[in-house]
Design a protein around this ligand. Structure first.
Ligand SMILES: [Cu+2]
Length: 405
């Protein structure tokens, strides 16, 4: 009897505690954690790009918000941590739907290429980068919110959500990187805990970078080939993608200085960007984004860079093939393994320009040039050649070609 009474009172007590526990979260403002970008292996290997190539650091880039679908309560906030050495933005564009039923529709903002597209961004300073509020109606927050480029590893950006609704967000640098925040009434039960989101993030990082090199798909039809690879993954929150910031051969092996692509004198190498989302360049010699280069400087912010072709002097052909791929002959008058060597003057650069994935029909996105994402180089001089992707060489996207007899 005593035992029953005590168990009853304990039941009442637990019910009260449960009620109290249920009430408290309504008063406290929830704060959630997510990542903007990630990388694997997540290491630095010092500041030298060649050392990063050798160590494999930062090779697999997760171009994704992880997780990219989050349920929160009204007035909660989300802290995005930049967890990569590739730059990203956290951007809520003007929404094409009203914030509340019956509200007027705000003008949907057209997304333009690069890091532009949101005029009402929070000032990107140490003190005001955080504490941005997003409200598509404009009533209690900004209608368009942009972190600006999160370039430094570990930088955070915090957004609070005073309005209920489903709000899509994106990275202005990477078109296929997006997500959604569901802002529910404070009384609603949320489906996931922070721990569950952390687990989802880990799973999504694995999913975007696993099998990113599609082994067995490459058919080496005669000529040596160099590939850049990646893959797009669909989730409930939108798209995520992973890219290999390395050059691989037809067997899927990463090309390094210790394990270069072997080419015979006179052979043509085809460089193919088969990454479905990420652009790259094939740049021999002086990179065009280096102000010290004697020729071919193109503003690095311009997006599309010039095809620099000053090395194929003389009667050798260069230009655009019937399929649209650009080609060039490498006669190697410059120091082929040292992009810093300027002794050959203006005969020091061969650059594919941006090899861009095929244009997709996506509303609001600038369409890319129709040029093919292929580049062919014929090697007519023996030696070892170092090439880079100008966009990603800082994190180890460097390749080597050995031309042998
Ligand atoms: Cu690249």
């Amino acid at each position: 009897m005593n035992a029953l009474r005590s168990s009853l009172s304990s039941y009442k007590f637990r019910r009260m505690m449960l009620l109290a526990a249920f009430l408290v979260p309504q008063l406290a403002l929830g704060q959630w954690q997510a990542k903007a970008g990630a990388q694997f292996p997540d290491c630095l290997a010092g500041g030298d790009a060649d050392a990063k190539l050798a160590a494999g650091c930062q090779a697999r880039q997760v171009m994704a918000f992880v997780p990219n679908e989050i349920w929160i309560h009204q007035n909660d906030s989300i802290i995005w941590t930049h967890a990569s050495d590739e730059g990203h933005t956290v951007t809520f564009l003007n929404q094409p739907q009203p914030a509340n039923l019956g509200d007027a529709y705000p003008a949907a903002q057209t997304r333009v290429s690069g890091g532009v597209g949101c005029s009402a961004f929070a000032p990107n300073t140490a003190t005001s980068l955080d504490n941005s509020a997003y409200d598509p109606s404009g009533g209690s927050g900004l209608q368009c919110l942009n972190s600006g480029t999160l370039g430094t590893y570990g930088t955070t950006y915090t957004v609070s959500f005073p309005a209920k609704g489903n709000f899509k967000f994106t990275c202005l640098i990477h078109a296929s990187m997006n997500g959604i925040v569901h802002v529910l009434d404070p009384s609603a039960t949320l489906p996931y805990s922070q721990q569950a989101y952390n687990n989802q993030a880990t799973g999504q990082i694995v999913n975007t970078t696993w099998d990113v090199v599609p082994l067995g798909l490459f058919v080496n039809g005669g000529n040596p080939r160099v590939y850049t690879v990646g893959k797009v993954v669909a989730t409930g929150g939108g798209w995520q993608y992973g890219s290999m910031f390395r050059f691989v051969d037809a067997q899927g092996n990463v090309i390094t200085k210790a394990s270069p692509l072997q080419v015979h004198l006179g052979q043509t190498v085809e460089f193919a960007n088969i990454d479905p989302a990420e652009p790259h360049t094939i740049t021999f010699g002086c990179p065009t984004d280096d102000p010290a280069c004697p020729v071919g400087q193109v503003a690095s912010t311009s997006g599309a860079r010039a095809f620099v072709n000053v090395n194929d002097n003389g009667p050798q052909p260069s230009g655009t093939a019937g399929d649209g791929a650009r080609y060039v002959v490498m006669n190697g008058p410059f120091h082929p393994a040292d992009e810093g060597d300027r002794s050959a003057g203006d005969k020091s650069a061969i650059n594919a320009g941006l090899l861009i994935p095929q244009a997709q029909d996506r509303t609001g996105l600038a369409q890319v040039s129709p040029s093919l994402n292929r580049f062919r180089v014929t090697f007519n001089t023996l030696g070892q050649y170092r090439f880079i992707c100008e966009l990603h060489d800082e994190i180890g996207m460097i390749g080597w070609v050995n031309v042998i007899p």
